[in-house]
Ligand binder design. Structure first.
Ligand code: 13P
Length: 251
C-alpha cells in the first residue's frame, strides 16, 4: 500500500516568526497522526527556523524549488545540497506557478529532479493542465508530455521514492476543486504512464492531488484509489485546517 503524503505549500507566505508559531500550534495537533507522511514547504527564508521547530516531530521539511546545479555562479539561487544541509526531505519542482511566471520548461524540471535525487532529497514533481487545455480535450496529452519531459532523468532505481503532484491549473487558488472522479481519472492516467516508464515501481509512486484542497473535500478525494495525498496551498496556512486535512477520513 502507498503511504499517503500530505504536504503544505506555503508559497510566498509567512515570516520566520509566523512559521515558528504555526509549528507550535500544528505539531501537537498531528502528534498522533499515524500512517501518513506530513511535510511543510515554507519560503526559503523560513526553512532553517521551521526545521528547528519541527525537529523530532513527525512533520518533515520541504523546499518549494531548487536549482539544478550543486554550486556555482548562480546569483539568487539555492542548490539541492544547501536544502539537504537544512534537513529538507522533499522539494517541490515544476509547480505551475514556476512554469507560467518564470518560464520553467520540462527539461529544466527534469534536471532539478535529478539534482535533488543526487542530493538525497525526494522531488515532488508537479504537472497539470490549464482550463483551455482541458476544454480542448487535451488533458492527457499535456499531462503525459509533462511527465515524459519532467521525469526524463529520474533514476529507475530511485523511482519508487518519487512523488508526483497532479495540480490542474484551473483548480489552484480558485476554490474550484476537481471532482474526485475527475481527479481520479487523471491520476489513473498518470499511474499508467508511470508504470510504462518505471515498471513495477510505478505502483509505489505516490500521486498527490493539488488545487483547492480543503477540510471539507479532502475525505472524498482521498477515497479515490490513485489519489495518495494532497499538495495544499491556501488551506495549509492555518494549523487547524491543515491538521484536519492530514487527518482525512475515508470510509
Ligand atoms: P491551493 O490549495 O491554494 O489551491 O493551491 C494549490 C497548490 O498550488 C499547491 O501547490
Amino acid at each position: 500500500m502507498r503511504r499517503p503524503i500530505l504536504a503544505a505549500n506555503w508559497k510566498m507566505h509567512k515570516t520566520t516568526g509566523e512559521a515558528v508559531a504555526f509549528a507550535a500550534a500544528f505539531v501537537p495537533m498531528v502528534v498522533d497522526a499515524a500512517g501518513v507522511d506530513i511535510a511543510i514547504a515554507p519560503p526559503f527564508t523560513a526553512l532553517d527556523r521551521l526545521g528547528r521547530a519541527l525537529a523530532g516531530s513527525n512533520v518533515s521539511l520541504a523546499a518549494q524549488n531548487a536549482n539544478p546545479e550543486q554550486k556555482g555562479a548562480f546569483t539568487g539561487e539555492i542548490a539541492p545540497g544547501m536544502l539537504a544541509d537544512l534537513g529538507c526531505r522533499y522539494a517541490i519542482v515544476g509547480h505551475s506557478e514556476r512554469r507560467s511566471f518564470y518560464g520553467e520548461s520540462n527539461a529544466l524540471v527534469a534536471n532539478k529532479a535529478a539534482a535533488l535525487f543526487a542530493a538525497g532529497i525526494v522531488p515532488i514533481v508537479c504537472v497539470g493542465e490549464s482550463l483551455e487545455e482541458r476544454e480542448a480535450g487535451r488533458t492527457h496529452e499535456v499531462v503525459g508530455s509533462q511527465l515524459d519531459g519532467s521525469l526524463a532523468h529520474v533514476p529507475v532505481a530511485r523511482a519508487a521514492e518519487l512523488v508526483v503532484a497532479y495540480e490542474p491549473i484551473w483548480a489552484i487558488g480558485t476554490g474550484r476543486t476537481a471532482t474526485p472522479e475527475m481527479a481520479q481519472e487523471v491520476h489513473a492516467f498518470v499511474r499508467r504512464r508511470l508504470r510504462e516508464r518505471f515498471g513495477a515501481a510505478g505502483d509505489s509512486i505516490r500521486i498527490q492531488y493539488g488545487g483547492s484542497v480543503k477540510p471539507d473535500n479532502v475525505d472524498d478525494l482521498m477515497a479515490e484509489p490513485d489519489i495518495d495525498g494532497a499538495l495544499v496551498g491556501g488551506a495549509s496556512l492555518d494549523p487547524a485546517a491543515f491538521s484536519r486535512i492530514v487527518r482525512f477520513e475515508t470510509k
